[in-house]
Design a protein around this ligand. Sequence first.
Ligand code: SF4
Length: 361
Amino acid sequence: MKFLEEYRNPRTIRALAEKIAQTTKSTWKIMEVCGGQTHSIMRYGLQEILPKEIELIHGPGCPVCVTPQSILDQAIEISRQAILCTFGDMLRVPGSRSSLMQARAEGSDVRVVYSPLDALEIAKCDPRQAVVFLAVGFETTAPANALTVFQAEKQGISNYSLLQCHVRVPPAIEAILDSPDCRVDGFLAAGHVCTIMGTQEYEVLAKKYRVPIVITGFEPVDILEGVWLCTEQLSKGQHLVENQYRRSVLSDGNLTAKRVLEEVFEKADQQWRGLGEIPESGFRLRKKYEAFDARLRFEFSQRSSSTSTCISGDILKGVKKPPQCPEFGKKCTPRNPLGAPMVSSEGACAAYFAYREPHRG
Ligand code: SF4
């Protein structure tokens, strides 16, 4: 297939739904890891055409949703002392007391950029100003952010630094599988993350936990094909890594991106919003690049404290679905979000609100 419409073709979609129905032999819960996949599932009503024995559970793959409040609080403090650059979807994410949007309204210099290289350029143009890029996201975005640090070091741009909170998918899948309330029989892994990282880390997980993992794309045909491959494996008692997203993912991933990542970052324990700390689930700057760590350049006076009623942890682990949150569509809406999953374009709560009419407040 070459064109987008082919991945949304109703006839292909119906044929795949039929194949899934024929393969389904039991009640199975399949978790799609990525928020982009969740949005496709909701937008195209894919759960509705699956047999009732197959339940799609939404995973922790929304980068904005899993960024802890403490990072937002630090970014807000930095924005009072320096130029804080970030992507637009971070502006409305609630910290423990405020948001970057509010900080900007109160006079902070918060700038929306479309690439981390734009932030580096701002620093280059005005060497007297400290410029910080708020770098969040999975392995997909980490290489570009690492590249800015690599270039800043090479070009001697010393007024640039990174407030980073990158997260890695495989340790999160492992934490979900280790959780006592785990309900997952198979995974659809995120195609874009594997485009960068390849498939090897997932082989280890599939073997250790005896769980099928299908690396899957984002269009309806991709997702249904991923579900079908998963049900095929479950019906045969297999636990393999399969690559549905062959048009993008190679088993070794993107070697150039991985080299930059390896050069600048090393693995580190990481705090996830709603999930707590997961060992080796993030990155930190290597010693050589420590001078570009915004956390070491700025002082933070406030401790994060939250009284939020948001149950994003249960949503991100797939234990609950957004309509099960008492605030969903009532106190919490995209206009007035109480938690990150309602803000982000990849958040599960935002997807349910946008595509499930009956749940609108
Ligand atoms: S509906 Fe709002 S409060 Fe509830 S889990 Fe989602 S983001 Fe949090």
